[in-house]
Design a protein around this ligand. Structure first.
Ligand code: ATP
Length: 260
C-alpha cells in the first residue's frame, strides 16, 4: 500500500544553517505520528515544508504519490493536507460559528471575497456550510460557546476553535503544531481524546509536533525524533523511550525528560 504521505530526503537551509538535513519517513493512512525533538531541532521547519509554507532546498514531499512540496500552501490545503494552530486565522470580531462557517470557504467554489460581498454562489454555499459547521461544533463539544465572540474566548477554547477551523477544510492529513501547549492536564487529556476520535471516527491522518511527552507517548502510533535537523530515530512510543540516541539527545536539553 502506498503511504498517504512520503517525506523524501527533505533538506532546508537558512543561509549557512541546515534546519532539516535529508529527512525521510512515511506516514500510513489513519496513523497518528508525532515529530519530537529538543528546542530548535527543526520540527516546525519540517511541518512548514510538509504544508508547503516554506520551499524545500532539496528533497520532496508526496501526498497520495503526488508531489506537494513547493506548491502554493492553499493548493496543498485544498488537496487535503492542512496545517493548523500556529497560523490559523481566527476572526476575533466573529462568533465561533461564524468563524467555522467562513473556514469552509477554503474548499468552496466561491471565493472568500464572495462571502464578504454576498454573491449568489456564496449564499448557496452558506446553508450547506452552516449545517457542516454545526456538526463540527457538536463533534468538538463546543455547542455552549457557539455564539460567543472569538475575542471573548479563553486560550483552551481558542485552540478548540482552531481545530474546528482545520476540520472545516475537510482535511485528509491534519498537521497539529503543539496542540497541547499551555494546557493543563485535564484539557490535554480532552484534546488527546478528540484527536483520537478524529482518526477513529473521521479517518483523518494526524501529524503532530509536541513537547508534552506523556501526551505524545499516549497518543502516537509512531514517533519521529529530530535532533540538530537530522532524523535520529523512528518507532513506536516504547521503542523511542528506550532508544539510546533519543535519551542522549534529550539529556541536558531544556525539554522534559523523554520518559513518562
Ligand atoms: N525563517 C528562518 N530563518 C532563519 N532561521 C530559521 C528560520 N526558521 C527557523 N530557523 C532556524 O532553524 C532551526 C530550527 O528551527 P525550528 O523552529 O524548526 O525548530 P523547532 O524544533 O520547531 O524548535 P522549537 O521546539 O523550539 O519550536 C533553528 O535554529 C531556527 O533558529
Amino acid at each position: 500500500m502506498t503511504p498517504i504521505l512520503q517525506v523524501k530526503g527533505v533538506t532546508k537551509r537558512f543561509g549557512g544553517l541546515t534546519a532539516n538535513n535529508s529527512i525521510s519517513f512515511d506516514v500510513a493512512e489513519g496513523e497518528i505520528l508525532s515529530v519530537i525533538g529538543p528546542n530548535g531541532a527543526g520540527k516546525s521547519t519540517l511541518f512548514k515544508l510538509i504544508a508547503s509554507f516554506l520551499r524545500t532546498s532539496s528533497g520532496e514531499v508526496l501526498f497520495k504519490g503526488q508531489r506537494i512540496s513547493n506548491l502554493a500552501p492553499h493548493k496543498v490545503a485544498r488537496m487535503g493536507v492542512v496545517r493548523t494552530f500556529q497560523e490559523t486565522t481566527i476572526f476575533r470580531s466573529m462568533t465561533v460559528r461564524e468563524n467555522v462557517v467562513v473556514a469552509h470557504h477554503l474548499r468552496s467554489k466561491a471565493s472568500l471575497l464572495g462571502f464578504f460581498l454576498g454573491t449568489s454562489q456564496a449564499r448557496s454555499d452558506e446553508a450547506e456550510f452552516g449545517v457542516s459547521a454545526d456538526e463540527i461544533i457538536g463533534f468538538l463539544g463546543m455547542d455552549a460557546i457557539r455564539d460567543e465572540l472569538a475575542s471573548n474566548l479563553p486560550q483552551g477554547h481558542l485552540r478548540a476553535l482552531g481545530m474546528a477551523i482545520g476540520l472545516a477544510t475537510n482535511p485528509t492529513v491534519l498537521l497539529l503544531d503543539e496542540p497541547f501547549a499551555g494546557m493543563n492536564h485535564d484539557e490535554t487529556m480532552r484534546m488527546v481524546s478528540l484527536v483520537r476520535r478524529l482518526r477513529d471516527e473521521r479517518g483523518v491522518t494526524v501529524l503532530l509536533v509536541e513537547h508534552d511527552m506523556p501526551a505524545v507517548m499516549k497518543i502516537s502510533d509512531r514517533i519521529v525524533v529530530i535532533n540538530f535537523g537530522e532524523k535520529i530515530a523512528e518507532g513506536t512510543p516504547a521503542e523511542i523511550q528506550s532508544n539510546e540516541k533519543v535519551i542522549e539527545a534529550y539529556l541536558g536539553s531544556e525539554d522534559d525528560a523523554i520518559g513518562m
